[in-house]
Design a binder for this molecule. Sequence first.
Ligand SMILES: N[C@@H](CCC(=O)N[C@@H](CS)C(=O)NCC(=O)O)C(=O)O
Length: 196
Amino acid sequence: MKLHHNPASPYTRKVMLIAHETGLADRIELMPIVVWEEAARLRVDNPLGKIPALILDDGSCLFDSSVICSFLDSLHDGPKMVPDGADRWRVERLHALAQGMTDAALVLRSDVTRELPADWYSNRMRDTVNSALDEAERLVPSFDRAVDLGTCALGAGLGYLDFRFPDFGWRDGRPALAAWYEEFARRPSMQATSAS
Ligand SMILES: N[C@@H](CCC(=O)N[C@@H](CS)C(=O)NCC(=O)O)C(=O)O
């Protein structure tokens, strides 16, 4: 396994902490990257242009850090990093708290480093949305009419784009995704939860 990695990234560090604690660190080859300078190279593996991203032996790539940690936890026979039973929700809640705190600290950090041109960060985020949409367009044939956590997250995200960014034009050039969403948006769950 290979990990797009930078020691300054707290999410990457969390993954490597789990790898060490579960005895898997030796199986991971670290591939150093500076995300702000090498977004194009990173997006080949992770459409979101973020680290950590773990390349598996079959060439597929797992992201984000929570998914990678769950994957690593499935590979070993020692004590699980996310326990079963009632303790699971205590651990998951603490994880969510730590993630939220880290997410907020990263926003503070990007404010500190704002000698960047005014639109640099929002342009990068726009590229990330488009790159994720392109990947979703590619994945639509694999959905097979599934209703699961993945398709519900996608339905919610696309609905948000329509709600807050009606001129974004996310359907342009993405006919499969547009057709999938048109049908998914008719589900009673989508109708019952619409903000608009
Ligand atoms: N939710 C993601 C967050 C990953 C993340 O934001 N990583 C930062 C580095 S610490 C990054 O790659 N930022 C680049 C960007 O946001 O474009 C995870 O848990 O993996």
